[in-house]
Design a protein around this ligand. Structure first.
Ligand code: OAD
Length: 247
């Protein structure tokens, strides 16, 4: 695989890097994306019936079952070469933040440490009724023992705000980085889809790695169309074979 020499130089010189990931990075682990034709979750299911507070209120069991199915798929999946390449970046880059829209927990299982989960995590729960402590959750039965309310997944649904601290950390890192990667995301769901712009405005180079073109593709400094699990390891191997980053 060939990468432009100026990109390799810029990555060698970068002190601060941010990677934003989306469902595409977990596709090679066997997890469905949201919008891929034929296989995407939102081509088979209606988000308004499954990923909103109103849907949960209407039919909590139906929504719980759908998330239980996705939770099991995520638990059965294994991190792939794309996840592992980002673990290596964290070890070698002077400063690195991984910002993910994914709720599957695969980055953490791969070994990444500095992770901001913009859309929550499917393996955690919240009480739908009150702000109850997680200590009294009966995850198996989907109920909160403290107040009797239903448990919902601790993910961000349509119409909900992103966790403030997570978003602030992501924005701050984007505005201070030298290199911003957008990986496996369709770049259409905000505010995540806007992070690259903040990085660009602050002078960072923007690198996109995605199977299909997105709205970001014509605007990125470098865009590689293909699988994250192939492109990321190849790119970082070349960067680091020439020079080791120093902390
Ligand atoms: P999408 O399904 O919208 O986009 C996934 C992108 O990954 C597509 O552009 C694919 O071309 C690309 N892709 C697929 N396989 C790939 C591979 N092996 N390597 C690289 N790219 C690949 O998923 P997201 O962008 O993550 O929000 O979606 C953003 C948000 O929309 C999700 O977090 C979710 C969803 O509704 C919430 O649930 C709040």
């Amino acid at each position: 695989m060939n990468f432009p020499a100026p990109l390799l130089e810029q990555l060698r010189d970068a002190r601060r890097m941010v990677a934003l990931t989306g469902a595409g990075i977990s596709a090679e682990s066997g997890l469905a994306t949201f919008r891929d034709a034929q296989t995407g979750l939102w081509t088979k299911f209606k988000p308004e019936e499954l990923a909103t507070a109103e849907a949960f209120q209407r039919d909590p069991k139906f929504v719980q079952d759908w998330y239980a199915w996705r939770r099991q798929n995520a638990a059965d999946a294994k991190p792939n070469a794309g996840h592992l390449a980002l673990v290596e970046v964290e070890k070698r880059a002077p400063e690195f933040l991984l910002v993910t829209q994914n709720v599957d927990g695969l980055h953490e299982r791969a070994g990444s440490k500095r992770i901001v989960e913009l859309h929550g995590n499917i393996h955690r729960f919240r009480c739908f009724e009150n702000d109850c402590s997680t200590d009294n959750f009966d995850a198996e039965n989907g109920r909160c023992r403290s107040c009797g309310g239903y448990l919902r997944p601790a993910v961000v649904w349509f119409g909900e705000m992103l966790p403030t601290a997570a978003l602030e950390t992501a924005i701050d890192a984007a505005e201070r980085c030298d290199a911003f990667f957008s990986i496996g995301t369709s770049s259409i769901i905000y505010p995540a889809a806007d992070l690259w712009r903040r990085a660009k405005n602050s002078g960072a180079i923007i690198i996109e790695i995605n199977k299909d073109p997105t709205p970001l593709t014509p605007l990125a400094d470098y865009s590689f169309l293909g699988k994250a699990g192939e492109i990321l390891p190849a790119l970082f191997e070349i960067v680091w074979s020439k020079k080791q980053f120093t902390k």
